[in-house]
Design a binder for this molecule. Structure first.
Ligand code: NAD
Ligand code: FE2
Length: 377
């Protein structure tokens, strides 16, 4: 772990615009590039304010992105995209909108189907359209990455597509767009961003080039999340979280998440708990479980969050649990409507997510996973 000599590939959108008030720069860029048929992929809320982006040309807005989108939602978008034949696709929303925009950019007008591109590096051709991403939550960091997630309604599993062709040409990150995010979503998505950083930092595949972003992302969340939860219009705090989210996105590409996200996914797929809320609930359990395997790095995480804990699992758990609960996040599975007799099936599902569990610094067996769900109930 964390060997400087380990090979790593870093990719980034060619242009990253960052700062309060930068949203109209997307329109300026798009006009300069000569784009004239734009498809904006958005949820209902963001679709109602696309004027902020000052986009040029003929604009079509797909406003039906659902939270944690499934393949039916993607199919609906692809029908529109195939019809519109845009030269620029813009993801404008949270991770759900940005992920669907990525998939539409490579699947619309293509002979390949979603099933044929699930996995890594399976998109056969460069996309023909431009791709821009504008995040309106600060959680997923999807604007900076090459991965998209969509739920299979049959199996309830998340299908992950990873392709360099889904990397945005430009990411426009305007923290002012996140002022309207409701308090509970702010808290949950902020912990999601932090979880990306922590899981990459303590990962089997952790790398010094990424550790730098990872620990700084944790520090930013430690410094600003409670402030943004208390006052959603605190521009400094919102900007800190937008940056933490971007850094989390930097962590996801080359290193990715691990046990925390693997255990959180069944909460979303089986019980429709929002991605951020699921990750926040699981976070203290996996941080504490992993402590014996990555003690020094866990200590750095605790310090970055400005918490007090020893190196024993109990005090790491107590401190990180109090951090999440203090943000108003619901930390009990029972209170989120999960049925007690589903915990076994949830453990089966989580245990099957090898692409993430194999990254975890400590072996998480099915019985360990079940114990965590029971403790979280
Ligand atoms: N591609 C990746 O690397 C990656 C990483 C992590 C998560 N994800 C995926 O991202 C999705 C979750 O994304 P998310 O957490 O950003 O949530 P989201 O995109 O589902 O949005 C959550 C809710 O907030 C609303 N919303 C968005 N912006 C708002 C704003 N500024 N003001 C008010 N309301 C707003 C949306 O309409 C929605 O109802 C999941 O599907 C998850 O699997 C992807
Ligand atoms: Fe996440």
């Amino acid at each position: 772990m964390t060997s400087l000599s380990a090979p790593i590939t870093i990719v980034r959108p060619e242009i990253i615009e960052f700062g309060v008030g930068v949203a109209p720069r997307l329109g300026t860029w798009a006009a300069a590039q000569g784009f004239s048929r734009v498809l904006v992929v958005s949820d209902g809320f963001n679709a109602s304010r696309i004027d902020i982006l000052e986009l040029p040309g003929v604009i079509t807005v797909f406003s039906q992105v659902r939270p944690e989108p499934d393949t039916d939602n993607l199919d609906l978008l692809l029908t529109v995209a195939n019809d519109v034949r845009a030269d620029l696709i813009v993801g404008f929303g949270g991770g759900s909108a940005m992920d669907l925009a990525k998939l539409a950019s490579v699947l619309s007008g293509s002979a390949q189907t979603l099933r044929e591109v699930v996995g890594a590096g399976r998109v056969a051709q460069r996309r023909r359209v431009g791709l821009a991403q504008v995040p309106t939550t600060s959680g997923t960091g999807s604007e900076a990455g090459i991965r998209a997630l969509v739920t299979d309604p049959q199996t309830q599993a998340k299908l992950a597509v990873e392709s360099i062709h889904m990397l945005a040409d430009i990411a426009v990150i305007d923290p002012a767009l996140t002022f309207t995010v409701p308090t509970a979503t702010t808290a949950a998505t902020g912990v999601d961003a932090m979880a990306h950083c922590v899981e990459a930092f303590t990962n089997r595949k952790a790398h010094p080039m990424i550790d730098l972003y990872a620990i700084e992302g944790v520090r930013l969340v430690g410094r600003y999340l409670a402030r943004a939860v208390a006052d959603g219009s605190d521009a400094q705090a919102r900007a800190g979280l937008s940056l933490a989210s971007l850094y989390g996105g930097f962590c996801l590409g080359p290193v990715n998440t691990a046990g925390g996200h693997a255990l959180a996914y069944p909460l979303g797929t089986r019980w429709h708990i929002a991605h951020g809320a699921a990750n926040a609930l699981i976070f203290p359990h996996v941080l504490a479980f992993n402590t014996p395997a990555v003690a020094a790095k866990t200590k750095q995480v605790i310090e970055a969050l400005n918490l007090k804990a020893g190196l024993d699992q109990a005090s790491v758990f107590d401190a990180s649990f109090a951090f999440c609960a203090g943000l108003g996040i619901e930390m009990r599975l029972s209170a989120l409507g999960v049925a007690a007799d589903d915990l076994g099936a949830m453990a089966d599902d989580a245990f099957a997510i090898r692409r993430l569990l194999d990254n975890n610094p400590r072996e998480l067996g099915r019985s360990d996973i079940l114990s965590i769900y029971q403790a979280a109930y």
